[in-house]
Design a protein around this ligand. Structure first.
Ligand code: PEP
Ligand code: MN
Length: 340
């Protein structure tokens, strides 16, 4: 259940309530909004809810108690109605300004990464992406540069000032990747890797959680809840397309998922039109559609020579195409009340 406190509630009230709930064996999560504090209480049995709710309602600093029947509570909209803004080295994700994350699918060489980082920065990107640990369908394809790739990413951040995002696939790599990255990426194949979600939940690092390619939106929300339930609320949702009967595009970008996720959750939502389409020519249009639908930003793959890319070349934007996409988003942003 969620306990909404009055705007007058003091820190002492919050402490008193927390102690009260913890002494009964419940988990307590606190969301401090601008206007009021909301307390999430986890672990209450259905049979206890009505009575507990009545008791809490009687407290002078409690405005109302909301019983949440959904299996995700901490990431649900009611827990933070005003929405979550995640600050990554000064870049706000989920605020009025749209966030553009861009870079190669996979880090291949220092030159490839640096050239791309400089260009996307120049064009106004806010965050640099690059894969060092790659989830490959085939065990024989390139698996990524690993730690050497992380070092190159950190060097690119050093030079450009862009915060970085990279994928982590294995619980054993969480500690190492955390030493380099600013945002963890959990890929589509790992959305239901609960051990990984829990490990990331134990950190306080921002994480971009991609929707599983065959996952229901509600399963995606529960994956986010796994992370939040460990105390890490710095979660960014990412729609990257799902598998349908259509094979013309690599995946089917589920545009519905954008407003649905914004409605269900308070977390920022980012769109990945690169994996959502698999075709560079379609990326700018789907990026624009996602922004129009309410996404808080996009993550796109950019490569100086897509024809030579070790991974995801067909969906990687050339520099020129990235520049054009930025121009398009810049024109669109004010129409949906956003800046970029
Ligand atoms: C990627 O971002 O390069 C990637 C592998 O994404 P996804 O997990 O969405 O396939
Ligand atoms: Mn990729």
């Amino acid at each position: 259940m969620i306990i909404v406190l009055t705007p007058q509630a003091t820190d002492k009230d919050v402490d008193e309530l927390t102690d009260n709930l913890k002494s009964r064996g419940f988990g307590v999560h606190i969301s401090r909004g601008v206007e009021r504090t909301i307390v999430g209480c986890i672990g209450v049995l259905d049979t206890e809810k009505a009575e507990l709710s009545e008791q809490l309602q009687a407290l002078p600093y409690v405005e109302r108690v909301v019983i949440i029947s959904k299996p995700y509570k901490l990431v649900g909209r009611a827990f933070r109605p005003e929405g979550t803004i995640i600050n990554v080295r000064g870049v706000e994700i989920g605020g009025n300004r749209l966030t553009v994350m861009a870079g190669p699918c996979t880090i291949e060489t220092e030159e490839q990464l640096m050239e791309t980082a400089r260009f996307v920065k120049q064009m106004g990107a806010h965050i640099l992406r690059g894969g060092a640990y790659k989830p490959s369908t085939s065990p024989y394809s390139f698996q990524g540069m690993g730690k050497d790739g992380l070092k190159l990413l950190a060097a690119a951040r050093e030079e450009t000032g862009l915060p970085i995002i990279t994928e982590v696939m294995d619980t054993r790599d969480v500690e190492l990747v955390a030493q380099y990255t600013d945002i963890f990426q959990v890929g589509t194949r790992n959305m239901t890797n609960f051990a990984l979600l829990k490990e990331i939940g134990n950190t306080n690092m921002p994480v971009l959680l991609k929707r599983g390619w065959a996952s229901l939106i509600e399963e995606w929300m529960q994956a986010a809840e796994y992370i939040a339930s460990r105390g890490n609320y710095n979660i960014i949702l990412c729609e990257r397309g799902i598998r349908t009967f259509e094979t013309y595009t690599r995946n089917t970008f589920d545009i519905n998922a954008i407003p649905v996720a914004k409605e269900l959750s308070h977390l920022p939502v980012i769109a990945d039109p690169s994996h959502g389409t698999g075709k560079a020519s379609l990326v700018p249009a789907v990026a624009a559609a996602a922004i129009a639908a309410g996404a808080d930003g996009v993550i796109v793959e950019v490569h100086p020579h897509p024809e030579r890319a070790l991974k995801d070349g067909p969906q990687s934007l050339r520099f020129e195409a990235f520049a054009q996409m930025m121009e398009r988003l810049r024109a669109l942003a004010p129409a949906v009340g956003r800046s970029i």
